[in-house]
Design a protein. Structure first.
Length: 133
């Protein structure tokens, strides 16, 4: 098992990662009857894409002795209405400060774009990758 989720009432949940005991709370977003005081479940999906991409980039860099000193991602989630779902995830990735040549940067970026979350989302969610290196 991966996690355990408890409904707390008022459109909130507490999610526990079973192997580490780490907990996060979720809340429905303001535009869907919640208070928006925590990540919403769809926020977590969008955020997971950015986190997964950086993780896979980091693994690739470790395996190929490439210095990976800096990365930051700003995530924007755009919802659709009918049916309510994530329509687009925009990732603004800042990789400046790694001093990679163009060939290295392109390879690291391509690896990140093929992370497991990106593969899972597939063609169901449009993704926009805006990357600076």
């Amino acid at each position: 098992m991966t996690s355990k989720i408890n409904y707390l009432g008022n459109l909130r949940t507490e999610c526990e990662h079973l192997s580490s005991g780490t907990k996060i709370a979720t809340d429905a977003p303001v535009d869907n009857k919640g208070k928006g005081e925590f990540f919403s479940p769809t926020d977590l999906v969008a955020t997971s894409l950015g986190s997964c991409a950086l993780t896979i980039m980091g693994i690739y860099c470790q395996e190929h002795d490439i210095l990976f000193n800096h990365a930051e991602v700003l995530v924007t989630k755009i919802m659709a209405s009918h049916p309510r779902r994530i329509e687009t995830i925009v990732l603004e990735i800042d990789l400046t400060g790694n001093n990679w040549d163009d060939q290295t940067a392109k390879k690291v970026i391509q690896v990140g774009k093929t992370c497991p979350v990106a593969k899972t989302l597939g063609e169901n969610v449009k993704t926009e990758w805006k990357i600076k290196w």
